[in-house]
Design a binder for this molecule. Structure first.
Ligand code: NAP
Length: 234
């Protein structure tokens, strides 16, 4: 495989960081995008130490202009094409319907669903120029199953599932594969500050979700893996 060129939103922490480091081990050029530039810079150092070539692109997926600028910087770094885009940036909140404000609804839908739309809209041309092209959309178990206190989060992740399914149909004939990943609870910073009795020892490790993404990327050329469930191990 020639040197891969990868863009990962939410690449500064958790699952996105783990995916970045997994591709780095293959010697990839990896652009990590998120809002906090200090965290991005730290991951870039880790990517370089792991054998990849890292680049930080500050991006707020809720802001179209910010996405446009970050994708431009990403393609400057790769020389134009992208082979892999991972739509991973996401936020999680729990609230009853009555306690879900419009502001909170808009933020969750804005990051988790409209974000991937902006990223794909801006990056599709770079992806078309790539090799062995693949989009990964990181949904959630909450994209297939509703749970209490999750109206906004579940709506965003069910929505991402629909976006991803439609995108696959649209892009297949252009040689671009689209996979939706459905992780169960995974031990990351997403639970920090969220009230609840979270038993992190029973959760997935972000590195295991990243390995599943890598193995799906390596699936035979003729395949187009649609959905991958990654429930917690126990
Ligand atoms: N952890 C789980 O149990 C779990 C389970 C199923 C699915 N997921 C999904 O997996 C994805 C990653 O979750 P995680 O657990 O790794 O979360 P995390 O540790 O909280 O990391 C979230 C990442 O998204 C970035 N981000 C948040 N808002 C953003 C915005 N507006 N623009 C750009 N980047 C933004 C964060 O960086 P900044 O804050 O600096 O922007 C960070 O890099 C999410 O889509 C989540 O819904 C997680």
């Amino acid at each position: 495989m020639s040197q891969l060129r990868v863009l990962i939103t939410g690449g500064s922490r958790g699952i996105g960081r783990a995916i970045a480091l997994r591709f780095a081990r293959e010697g990839a050029k990896v652009v990590v995008a998120a809002r906090n530039s200090d965290q991005l810079d730290r991951v870039v150092e880790e990517i370089n130490a792991a054998g990849g070539h890292g680049h930080a692109a500050q991006m707020n997926v809720q802001d179209h202009g910010s996405v446009e600028a970050a994708v431009w910087r990403a393609t400057e770094f790769t020389g134009g094409p992208l082979d892999v885009i991972v739509n991973n940036a996401g936020v999680f909140e729990q609230a009853t319907l009555e306690d879900t404000s419009l502001e909170s609804w808009d933020r969750i839908l804005g990051v988790n669903l409209t974000g991937p739309f902006w990223v794909m809209s801006e990056a599709i041309h770079a992806l078309e120029e790539g090799d062995r092209k693949h989009v990964f959309n990181i949904s959630s178990t909450a994209g297939k199953q509703g749970f209490p206190l999750g109206t906004a989060y579940c709506a965003s992740k069910y929505g991402l599932r629909g976006f991803s399914d439609a995108l696959r149909e649209e892009l297949t004939e252009r040689g671009i594969r689209v996979t939706t990943i459905y992780p169960g609870a995974t031990d990351t910073t997403i639970f920090d500050g969220v009230p609840g009795d979270w038993d992190r020892s029973t959760m997935n490790k972000p590195e295991d979700v990243a390995e599943v993404v890598w193995e799906t990327y390596c699936a035979p050329e003729g395949t187009n893996v649609a959905d991958v469930d990654v429930p917690p191990p126990r």
